[in-house]
Design a protein. Structure first.
Length: 365
């Protein structure tokens, strides 16, 4: 796995990597990670950080000695710790002339398609502004029924939403081990997570962690099905990304398909839509050749739909030629159909995308 080739990278920080055993924030360690991130940013790579640690920092600030608190109490503790966590990130990233933005997510934001698409747009806008998104589960509002409970799976869902090429889970181990001749041996590459792999899991977790290796394998399943590579590596070293590149000590989970194929599979498997966009011959030719759908080629719109909804694209002979995710509502498209992309802002009164449906969101039937 070549980290330098990944265009979008999600880095998940476990509690033990950023909070020490006394409950204090590891400033020097984070500064070393920021140095690694600066080098990745120089190579035009987009970075997202999914960080644990809010509850641990909150417990330290509130002087709570019991590391395992009930959900209701942990929500209050997280609300205190989240302020300290993001303040530490803000100071250290700003010191290195890097901008950050905070995103708090619940499972509803990743499991419901429209909300997932809204979240994706927020990530894309932060990228365009040159900011690094810092993500955490919204512990203060999540309940046991609608809670990830660990940031491994949350990180995998974030990677899936943004179409990341790579998720790096920084933990307190080099990866997943197996026993060979009574000696522990690091598994370098995993292409299938079967019962043999699951049997290797050590269910023990550290004092702050909420997951352990089992949730990391669950995260790997999500990534592999979403076309995203995933690495489990040791984050306790300074400059952890640099160390991963140099020493190549990690377990690499290989995706089954590309992230673009996974996205298109998701679109085609969505519930059948009755909403349709009718396009002219020029737009039909463009869409079939792999280009985005622009407003100029639209003849008419049928049905009421919102941004992110699944629609059918129909040619001039009334044949369904593609399924797509719309970047606009039906009301907006009716206002801009037949127009050039440069006219959209004047007609709608606000800046928006130039494509009715992006090429990555179109599947030819």
């Amino acid at each position: 796995m070549h980290i330098n080739k990944a265009k979008k990278i999600v880095i998940k920080l476990g509690s033990s990597t950023i909070v020490d055993k006394t409950g204090k924030f590891k400033k020097k360690w984070l500064l070393s990670l920021i140095n690694d991130i600066k080098k990745l940013k120089k190579d035009k790579q987009e970075i997202v950080i999914v960080s644990s640690g809010a509850i641990a920092l909150g417990q330290n600030y509130l002087k709570i000695k019991n590391r395992k608190v009930k959900l209701e109490m942990s929500q209050a503790v997280a609300s205190v710790g989240q302020i300290h966590l993001i303040n530490e990130f803000q100071k250290l990233f700003e010191k290195n002339k890097l901008k950050i933005g905070q995103i708090l997510i619940t499972p509803d934001d990743t499991e419901q398609r429209r909300r997932a698409l809204n979240a994706r747009r927020t990530f894309e806008n932060l990228f365009s502004l040159g900011a690094i998104p810092i993500v955490n589960e919204n512990d203060t509002t999540a309940t046991s029924e609608i809670k990830y409970g660990d940031n491994d799976r949350l990180a995998a869902r974030v990677a899936q939403i943004i179409g990341a090429d790579l998720l790096i889970i920084l933990s307190d181990v080099d990866g997943l081990y197996e026993s060979v001749s009574n000696k522990k041996s690091l598994i370098k590459k995993i292409e299938v997570i079967d019962n043999n792999i699951l049997s290797l899991v050590d269910k023990k977790i550290n004092i702050y962690g909420s997951g352990g290796m089992l949730t990391k394998l669950e995260a790997a399943k999500i990534c592999m099905n979403a076309g995203c590579n995933m690495l489990i590596a040791n984050g306790n070293n300074f400059n952890p990304i640099k160390k991963i590149i140099e020493k190549k000590l990690f377990t690499w989970f290989v995706p089954k398909i590309s992230n673009l194929d996974a996205r298109k599979k998701w679109i085609i498997s969505s519930l059948s839509s009755t909403s349709k966009i009718y396009i002219d011959d020029g737009a039909t030719k463009a869409v079939k050749s792999g280009k985005s759908l622009l407003p100029a080629g639209i003849i008419k719109v049928s049905g009421n739909f919102k941004k992110g909804d699944n629609i059918l694209i129909v040619d001039s002979t009334n044949k369904d030629i593609a399924r797509a995710l719309s970047s606009f509502t039906s009301e907006e498209i009716n206002k801009i159909k037949g127009l050039q992309s440069g006219q959209i802002e004047n007609i709608l009164g606000y800046a928006s995308k130039s494509e009715i449906a992006h090429k990555d969101d179109i599947v030819i039937l």
